[in-house]
Design a protein around this ligand. Structure first.
Ligand code: PFF
Length: 448
């Protein structure tokens, strides 16, 4: 299947870091801890972990396997596993490409804000207070500029292709992220008030458990592992045949949940440290302030109370957010770029500018109509497009793709697979259990 000159990740570690880079992003570091904080802490953590392993992990294997088998862009890969259903394959590939472009269009706006909060304190440290205030305030021009800068960074990395762009930057940036993160957790846990947050995150209070919580935890697991919108499929297509897919997917899932867990160890204690320092984290009604308010007001307020170290910790935190966002956004942009450049046989260096430009244009539309579009695009892409395409991919892998081809593909890099427990369970699991579980995610809210 593979054309011999197709780009590949140059090492297994490079692939794992790139795929983990896609998975680890704003969703883990901010989305997960704030969801955990507002959904009972430890109970959300446990439900999320269960969802990752019973639902997201098996699907991650499916997406990666389809991608590696096809060794092409997602449209072609899907057609190659379902040759009698060309229309279905193309439709799912195109839907994934549009879905992931939609995700990138809001992601770039949010990542731009983080970029503003990274540069802002540095500018004010050098006396440029009004420029800093502009970057940290909410305005159309500021949103456009910051989104544009972030999209430009994404385009520049993706333009250089797989080994030289995506892999090089993911391998450099991911370890920096881990180190920065651990240092910040250590610092925060030593502050007064931190233990209260730690207790909330680690000691379960079952009274918080509800069906809604399960739905949120499932959604978070999907978003966090970048499932359903062909990102993992396109990365899988660049993966070498000697990699053991179930093992690689498990490593990626573990890294992703590991980072979400550490983010919880950072953010929940940090909230209570901030509260001890007089910062409001709960609204009058007793509910936690929402995610945006927390990250862009509570955390900088906490950094301020740290004296001169605060500037460094604050810059480190926002640098970390931008790094995490960038390794995710490059994986998103890769999907439409691979599809369009390969399907239309166009030079990737040209296509990347056109696609990046088109997505930036759509982001601008969202910025101009922020109130009506921002929340809608997030909800449509993450709550509907990701689960629906996820179900369809599970159905394709489980029902349409020939079982002997699946076995053969999974056996590359894992010759004993045919006799393993994984192979005894996984095919039926993605065929039956995953679609049922995912249908629940999708339909549950409709029956409330
Ligand atoms: N997994 C990323 C995060 O947690 O921030 C978001 C994401 C990346 C979603 C890539 C979808 C995607 F295709």
């Amino acid at each position: 299947m593979a054309s011999s000159n197709r780009a590949q990740f140059s090492s297994r570690l490079g692939f794992i870091l790139a795929a983990a880079g896609s998975a680890v992003g704003l969703g883990n570091i901010w989305g997960f801890p704030t969801q955990a904080a507002s959904n009972g802490g430890a109970v959300f953590l446990i439900t999320y972990l269960v969802m990752v392993f019973i639902l997201a992990y098996p699907l991650l294997v499916a997406e990666l396997t389809i991608g590696r088998f096809g060794a092409s862009n997602p449209i072609r890969s899907l057609i190659s596993v379902a040759p009698k259903h060309k229309l279905l394959g193309s439709a799912v590939g195109i839907a994934g490409m549009l879905g992931v472009s939609g995700i990138l269009s809001f992601y770039a706006i949010v990542a731009g804000w983080f970029f503003g909060f990274l540069i802002g304190p540095l500018l004010s440290a050098f006396g440029f207070d009004s420029a800093a205030a502009w970057l940290e305030g909410f305005g159309i021009a500021r949103n456009l500029v910051l989104m544009g800068v972030f999209m430009l960074l994404t385009v520049l990395v993706v333009r250089n292709g797989v080994a030289d762009g995506i892999e090089k930057w993911s391998t450099r940036l991911m370890p920096v992220l881990f180190v920065l993160f651990i240092a910040m957790v250590g610092y925060t846990l030593l502050q007064p008030g931190a233990m209260e947050g730690l207790k909330m995150f680690l000691v379960p209070d079952m009274s918080h458990f509800s069906p809604d919580l399960m739905v949120s935890a499932m959604g978070q697991a999907f978003f966090s592992l970048s499932i359903g919108v062909c990102t993992m499929m396109v990365y899988g297509s660049y993966l070498r045949k000697d990699a053991n897919l179930p093992k690689t997917a498990a490593q990626v899932a573990l890294l992703d949940t590991g980072v979400a867990f550490v983010a919880g160890l950072l953010i929940l204690p940090a909230m209570f440290v901030a509260q001890k320092n007089g910062v409001q984290i709960y609204s009058e009604s007793g509910a936690l302030l929402d995610g945006d308010t927390l990250v862009f007001s509570v955390l900088p307020a906490m950094f301020d109370t740290m004296g001169s170290a605060g500037l460094i910790v604050g810059v480190a935190f926002f640098a970390l957010m931008v790094i995490a966002a960038l390794t995710s956004s490059i994986s998103m942009l890769e999907v439409p770029v691979a599809c369009i450049s390969e399907e239309l046989d166009k030079d990737r260096k040209t296509v990347v500018w056109w696609v990046g430009g088109a997505i930036a244009l759509f982001s601008s539309l969202i910025i101009f109509n922020f109130g009506s579009m921002f929340g809608t695009v997030i909800s449509v892409t993450t709550e509907y497009v990701q689960p629906i395409l996820g179900v369809i991919m599970a159905l394709i892998a489980g029902w349409i793709w020939k079982r002997n081809e699946v076995l053969e593909e999974l056996s590359h890099g894992n010759p004993e697979l045919a006799n393993s427990t994984f192979w005894k369970v996984w095919p039926t699991y993605v065929r039956v259990v995953c679609p049922i579980l995912m249908a629940l995610v999708f339909f549950w809210p409709l029956f409330k």
